[in-house]
Design a binder for this molecule. Structure first.
Ligand code: ASP
Length: 323
């Protein structure tokens, strides 16, 4: 076979060929942010433009049947449980529509990985649910939002695609692995050791591995109140008082971001074991950027496996809600 052929796609037939709709659900973030000066990449206000303005900034989307909906309008650093619940319900609503090929969620980058993990665990969708974000506001000279949004809509219509993913800087990350790894760079996300699911090249998806899969917990779990779960980090000269104060204040779960293989300063460990004995659920993750927490004989605090601390927190909340 002529390998060159694999990389030749007749000029853009893709957008016209699919009559199915894509639901674009907007929640705010830098992708909808504006600054007073075009050169200002950090002194901007997130969540200013509505979903219609985001879509209109991408001429190629005029060829796509879109359903647009403004689910929220916030800087994602301020994400709240109520918005997660509303978003999950709207995603489930559109997933159930046979005329919808997939869903795009515009979102801030700060908590994108949390929303992605939560939606994958709740819904494990059989269609693509794609988070699109930006590291530069819509007013920037070199804005990344419109391309990321176009790629997200393309992925939402990709035949056979499924699961919750994020697209930024031409890279597709699975909800299981996505994490923000840079505070400023446009290519700010990674997939850790697992690597990306796919890459975009000239508007086409080059797949590198399987789509995100798993079993859905279902939305009924959200009928329960969200339990209070905190993350504590182990470090030099760590102290147990912070854990004891949280237990006294009624915390329901604690995720440890441990050192190395989930190891923990002895003073903090004593307090965490006390908390566990008092009925607080504890999960042990690592502050390392990659790698699992492997259990060994005698460990009292259960491992969070390969989950990052923020994923482990969502997992622990869901476990407590299911109990
Ligand atoms: N603070 C913004 C947010 O998370 C950052 C961004 O979107 O890049 O909404």
């Amino acid at each position: 076979m002529n390998v060159q052929w694999l990389y030749f796609h007749p000029v853009r037939t893709k957008m016209q060929n699919d009559a199915r709709k894509v639901a674009v659900l907007a929640t705010g973030g830098t992708i909808a942010g504006t600054a007073a000066r075009a050169g200002d990449n950090i002194g901007y206000t997130a969540a200013q433009l509505g979903v219609q303005a985001l879509v209109e900034a991408v001429p190629a989307l005029r060829e796509v049947a879109l359903i647009t909906e403004q689910v929220a309008q916030l800087d994602s650093k301020d994400m709240e449980f109520s918005i997660w619940a509303a978003l999950a319900a709207r995603v489930a609503h559109h997933l159930a529509d046979d005329g919808v090929a997939g869903i795009v969620i515009t979102h801030g980058t700060d908590t994108l990985e949390e929303t992605a993990y939560l939606l994958q665990r709740l819904l494990a969708p059989a269609k693509p649910v794609v988070l699109a974000a930006a590291m530069r506001p819509a007013t920037a000279l070199l804005r990344d939002g419109p391309q990321n949004l176009l790629d997200a809509v393309t992925l939402a219509r990709e035949p056979g695609a499924r699961g919750v993913m994020a697209v930024l800087a031409g890279t597709v990350h699975s909800a299981w692995d996505v994490r923000k790894v840079h505070s400023y760079r446009v290519d700010a996300f990674g997939s850790g050791e697992a690597g990306p699911v796919a890459r975009f090249e000239e508007g086409w998806v080059r797949r590198l591995r399987g789509w995100p899969a798993g079993e859905a917990i279902g939305l009924a779990v959200l009928d329960q109140p969200w339990p209070w779960v905190e993350i504590v980090t182990s470090h030099a000269a760590a102290r147990g008082e912070v854990v004891r104060a949280m237990v006294a204040a009624g915390v329901k779960g604690i995720v440890l971001a441990g050192t190395g293989n989930g190891s923990v300063h002895h003073a903090l460990e004593a307090a965490l074991i006390e908390a566990q004995h008092a009925g607080v659920a504890v999960l042990r993750s690592t502050r390392c950027l990659d790698g699992p927490v492997q259990m060994k004989r005698g460990d009292e605090l259960p491992s969070a496996g390969t989950l990052t601390p923020v994923q482990a927190r969502i997992e622990l909340m869901l476990q407590l809600m299911r109990a």
